[in-house]
Design a protein around this ligand. Structure first.
Ligand SMILES: Nc1nc2c(c(=O)[nH]1)N[C@H]1C(S)=C(S)[C@@H](COP(=O)(O)O)O[C@H]1N2
Ligand SMILES: [Mo]
Length: 200
């Protein structure tokens, strides 16, 4: 297989398994539908909604005062590259939702971003340290093309679910498609089951 632009490692030399149909790269590519939005940290806000009701709003300062954690993980993009052993720093989603007086034991989150991108994820997939809002990648502040100042990381799902430049989270009862999901990507996106497109 020819993958122009991506440096491939020899998969056989690595003991860890790749999900079906994926190949390994050795750096984090940039994949964005549209331009990188300009975000002023003084105006940055993370808003948490219970359906349509605004429950909590975090400024950048307040966000950095939430419990900080490290997330060591592999990443799998639906365009078939995978990257092993990435390190993210930020706040686990449950540590944010807990501060928002929302019952988040069931349902979905609908995430919206600066720039207009959206995506949907079941609540069960962001609880128990499965999802983070990260502001640091491999020990450096997250660069704007990769979602800086802050992005979602939900690495057990395909990487399009890891929304960059996160702006708001709506906790909703009924699932609804985000940007790529409405263009035919899978509603859930499990790389180990190769759930790339809606029909997979
Ligand atoms: N806001 C926003 N988030 C996004 C995207 C996007 O276009 N806009 N692309 C998604 C896709 S398809 C992928 S593979 C990853 C890429 O993240 P990276 O550019 O840091 O590798 O971001 C995801 N999050
Ligand atoms: Mo992607």
């Amino acid at each position: 297989m020819i993958n122009k632009g991506f440096n491939q490692k020899n998969n056989l030399s690595n003991k860890k398994k790749l999900p079906p149909g994926q190949y390994l790269v050795d750096y984090l590519p940039i994949l964005t539908a549209g331009p990188t939005p300009k975000i002023d940290l003084k105006l940055w806000n993370l808003e948490i909604y219970d359906n349509q009701d605004l429950m909590k709003s975090f400024t950048w300062e307040k966000f950095l005062k939430l419990p900080q954690s490290e997330f060591f993980t592999d990443i799998h993009c639906v365009t078939k590259w995978s990257l092993f052993d990435t390190v993210w720093k930020g706040v686990y989603l449950e540590d944010i939702l807990e501060k928002s007086s929302i019952n988040f034991s069931s349902g979905y989150i609908y995430v919206s971003c600066y720039g207009g991108y959206t995506t949907n994820i079941p609540i069960k997939d962001i609880n128990n340290k499965k999802g983070m809002i990260a502001h640091s990648y491999n020990s450096k502040p997250l660069e704007p093309p990769h979602g800086g100042p802050a992005r979602l990381i939900v690495p057990h799902l395909y990487f399009w679910k890891s929304a960059k430049w996160i702006k708001s989270i709506h906790v909703i009862d009924k699932d609804k498609p985000g940007f790529w999901e409405s263009y035919g990507y899978h509603m859930y996106g499990d790389p180990w089951k190769e759930q790339r497109y809606y029909s997979d």
